[in-house]
Design a protein around this ligand. Structure first.
Ligand SMILES: Nc1ncnc2c1ncn2[C@@H]1O[C@H](COP(=O)(O)OP(=O)(O)O)[C@@H](O)[C@H]1O
Ligand SMILES: [Mg+2]
Length: 251
């Protein structure tokens, strides 16, 4: 069974329906990029998965557990313990890095594992040191986020999410707030995760990157999944007019 299943999801803000009968699945080890015009509902889809937004209709399953489902037209979320277990399997990285400004890089990485997971300080530090090495920031352990470049801050944010040992990483335009010369270092970090078979759902405008790392590309437009295909097919032979128009606009 798929690691993530979203079935017939509806999400509205007031009268404005932002996700319209969206169905989507993702297997363990898969890397899927979510692309589409601004305002098409990509962030909202990710936010519904990570429960930053509540759905209005549909069903969400994560790792064989029901997170939310609709019964007699009413959405019911699982018990708090189930939701916490599911949340513990997801790491999220946003466009704005959202690091704790008053904590050093190292403390940014050890804080949640200690407080939320109850891991010992020694072990948390040990894990954090390894993760900083992985994202190439071993020399920044004692620095505060404000002293780092945007690309370094985003790599810390990725390491911080990994410190919780998630089973899936969700990225929402991880390079959109960065100067062009800093996007490469962040994309390299994400590419390395793909090579390790980390399950990932990535919202991105970096088409070349999406094409290279993804097993599948999902194209969303106006709250609907228009096309869901392997990168070669989607980029070289898009089936829908809207997909073609979007890809043209990204050239
Ligand atoms: N909290 C909110 N309240 C009202 N409208 C929202 C909210 N969040 C998103 N929207 C609207 O939902 C639509 C989809 O937004 P979003 O998911 O952010 O799109 P994308 O990430 O594809 O650019 C947009 O029209 C946006 O204005
Ligand atoms: Mg967005």
């Amino acid at each position: 069974m798929s690691f993530i299943q979203m079935k017939n999801i509806e999400k509205s803000f007031g009268m404005h329906t932002v996700l319209k009968d969206v169905s989507f699945a993702l297997d363990k080890g898969e890397v899927v990029s979510l692309i589409g015009p601004s305002g098409s509902g990509k962030s909202t889809l990710l936010r519904c998965l990570s429960r930053l937004e509540v759905i209005n209709q549909g069903e969400i399953l994560v790792d064989d557990e029901i997170m939310a489902r609709t019964q007699d037209g009413v959405v019911q979320y699982a018990a708090k313990s189930v939701l916490q277990r599911i949340a513990g399997k997801m790491g999220m990285v946003f466009q704005q890095f959202n690091l704790f400004p008053h904590l050093t890089v190292l403390d940014n990485l050890t804080y949640a594992p200690r407080i939320v997971k109850g891991i010992s300080e020694v072990q948390a530090i040990g894990n954090a040191v390894k993760l900083l090495e992985k994202v190439g920031l071993s020399d920044k352990q004692q620095m505060y986020p404000s002293r780092l470049s945007g690309g370094q801050q985003q790599r810390v944010a990725i390491a911080r999410a990994l410190a919780m040992e998630p089973k899936i990483m969700l990225f929402d335009e991880p390079t959109s707030a960065l100067d062009p010369e800093l996007t490469g270092e962040v994309l390299r970090t994400i590419r390395a995760l793909a090579e390790e078979k980390m399950t990932m759902l990535i919202v991105t405008h970096e088409m070349a990157f999406a094409r290279e790392v993804s097993d599948r590309i999902v194209f969303m437009s106006d709250g609907v999944i228009v096309e869901d295909a392997p990168p070669e097919q989607l980029f070289t032979n898009p089936q829908h007019k809207r997909t073609r128009a979007f890809l043209q606009s990204m050239l």
